[in-house]
Ligand binder design. Structure first.
Ligand code: FES
Ligand code: MG
Length: 590
């Protein structure tokens, strides 16, 4: 193995074996020896394979990677590489205040500096919780060294009182039951904790499972990697295989720039619809694409909107991660899409083969979970792109529109897909929580709940707050959801068909800033329009009024983030960062 010639000289040689620079290399070598590496190893010509460790006590969704890294190291060693593990800035979706969205770009920045500035020839990206996947894929593109994704895998399925309870989704459902007075606080807690029975990330098709599936759909992980539950034996086995493969891609110089093509991203977007993926996929896919130098347009999302939902998994469907894995996982879904001609099977992957090569013969064995393309769970189930006089871009995840919601709001005879309602406007989630049950607002089923100040600049970071539940009085009458709209995001585990990610956000001068409680809002899903029925001169007058309040930055990073970050429509990236691609082409100076 060590006699193989790398397709591009390993960059670690510049650190450990630079000709005529024994002063420099001695400095580098001696400190790695202090934990037992030998100069011979480091100068053997073997590739140094980084393991970006996303697991920690603060990142419980990814904590399995602390164990899996042993198997990754075994694989790297057995294939003739030298592993070097290092930490990624922690990201924990549910716990990070004011929002984990701040961490995606921060972890991205940190990882770029590590991959670029240290002697690393290839890297294993350990993914799991929502933003841990896009943060690392974005960084891999910027630096452009060979990279392979290892998912930590979802938790085992949650069960409560004989029912499948999925992470996140159970919270939204139980919260409504609590508001309606159907369950107690203790019952709420029991159901919620039952949804998390083991190590791993969310077991629903929330943002974590979506983003890991997308990484696999992009061709960045070994086939089947995304869906293997964290505690399964196959998880440790694929960790070993991933470590082995990381050494091979180092020799082959198989870099993200060869894999992350426009075709790969279109494949991933098609996959997102078929799995009923998280609405957070939109900003994350756009962010990964922009860092890879690929443009994704609203039309691309609309093309994928017209594709069907195939995977019967919560929140759009019924099952959870274990059953999805057993049904064949991502390869089986890609198999359906390829058979229908909806993805490009020739896209290159990290295996060295194409998507089509990887999924040959991997048809599902479980039609209750993965439906045939010709007889799907739901037609036209992707993200509907909307625009109007309040924003230029927003999406609605249509796979979670319930029959009741459709009957109440979208099925007026002669006006199918059209809803008109009275806006109830909240400035951030504190305002929502304080006032949602205020009888003075007279909220009824003809209202649309609107939240602003929840985008990248307003929050800051962009928060998962748009899936606002109706006031308790409506819940008690059995009205479990109202139309909602906002410039923030919502949890990928939510079953709310909200209008999300509205860009530009109110804090960036978007039209939600001038919307007032009591205004009529008209949504037409047929034309993709969402407009406030407010006269032009009145809009102009309101624009002269002070904008809605947003909180001041609380940390240096919040200030920097607000200065440099763009809107969700464009991925919410650090705008100045996208021009940096392929930084590993030049070795940083000594
Ligand atoms: Fe981390 Fe869902 S909260 S994976
Ligand atoms: Mg989330």
């Amino acid at each position: 193995m060590t006699e193989r010639t790398p397709a591009r000289p390993f960059r670690s040689r510049e650190w450990f074996a630079a000709p005529g620079r024994s002063d420099m290399t001695a400095l580098y070598l001696e400190r790695f020896m202090n934990y037992g590496l030998t100069p011979d190893e480091l100068r053997s010509g073997k590739p140094i394979v980084g393991i970006a460790q996303s697991g920690s006590d603060l990142s419980p969704c990814n904590r399995i990677h602390l164990d899996l890294a042993r198997r990754v190291r075994d694989g790297i060693r057995d294939a003739g590489g030298i592993p070097m593990e290092f930490p990624l800035h922690p990201i924990f979706e549910n716990c990070r205040r004011p929002t984990a969205a701040l961490d995606r770009n921060l972890a991205y920045l940190g990882l770029v500096e590590i991959l670029n500035g240290y002697p690393i020839d290839a890297v294993v990206l350990t993914t799991g919780c929502d933003k841990t996947t896009p943060a690392q894929v974005m960084a891999a593109s910027t630096v452009d060294i060979p990279a392979i994704v290892l998912s930590g895998g979802p938790m085992l399925d949650g069960w409560h009182e004989g029912e499948l309870v999925g992470s996140g989704t159970v919270i939204w459902r139980a919260r409504r039951a609590l508001g309606a007075g159907d369950i107690t606080e203790d019952e709420f807690l029991d159901a919620a904790t039952a949804s998390a029975p083991s190590a791993g990330h969310c077991n629903t098709m929330g943002t974590a499972s979506t983003m890991n599936a997308i990484a696999e759909g992009l061709g960045l992980s070994l086939p089947g990697c995304a869906a293997i539950p964290a505690p399964y034996r196959e998880r440790g086995q694929i960790a070993y295989d991933t470590g082995r493969r990381a050494v091979e891609i180092a020799y082959d110089d198989l870099r993200p720039s060869r894999i992350l093509t426009r075709a790969a991203f279109l494949n991933a977007i098609a996959l997102t619809t078929a799995i009923g993926g998280s609405s957070n996929a939109q900003p994350h896919v756009v962010a990964m694409a922009r860092h890879a130098g690929v443009e994704i347009t609203p039309e691309d999302w609309m093309d994928a909107y017209r594709l069907p939902l195939l995977v019967n998994m919560q929140p759009a469907g019924r099952y959870l991660g274990e059953r999805f894995h057993r049904a064949g996982g991502v390869p089986a879904v890609l198999h359906e899409l390829l058979g229908a001609g909806k993805i490009d099977g020739s896209a290159l992957t990290v295996t060295g083969g194409s998507i089509a090569d990887n999924i040959a013969g991997r048809e599902t064995r479980d039609r209750e979970v993965i439906f045939p393309y010709a007889a799907p769970l739901r037609e036209s189930a992707g993200f509907l792109v909307l625009k109007g006089n309040m924003f230029d871009f927003a999406i609605m995840k249509t796979s979670v529109i319930s029959p009741e919601f459709r009957a109440r709001y979208l099925s007026q005879p002669g006006r199918e897909g059209v809803f008109e309602g009275r806006a109830i406007v909240f400035d951030g989630s504190d305002d929502y929580h304080h006032r949602i049950n205020d009888p003075a607002l007279v909220i009824d089923e003809h209202c649309i709940l609107v939240i602003r100040g929840s985008g990248p600049l307003g929050w800051p970071g962009s928060a998962e707050v748009v899936n606002m539940q109706p006031p308790d009085a409506l819940l008690k009458r059995g009205i479990m959801s109202l139309p909602t709209l906002g410039d923030g995001r919502q949890s990928g585990t939510s079953d709310s068909p909200s209008i999300l990610n509205a860009s530009p956000e109110s804090a960036a001068g978007g039209g939600l800033a001038w919307l007032r409680t009591g205004d009529a809002v008209r949504i037409d899903l047929n034309t993709g329009r969402c407009d406030a029925l407010v006269a032009e001169d009145e809009i102009a007058r309101r624009r002269t009024e002070p904008p809605p309040p947003i909180p001041p930055s609380n940390t240096p990073w919040e200030e920097l983030y607000r200065e440099k970050t763009g809107q969700l429509a464009e991925g919410g990236v650090l705008e100045m960062a996208v021009k940096y691609r392929g930084t590993s082409e030049t070795t940083p100076r000594h």
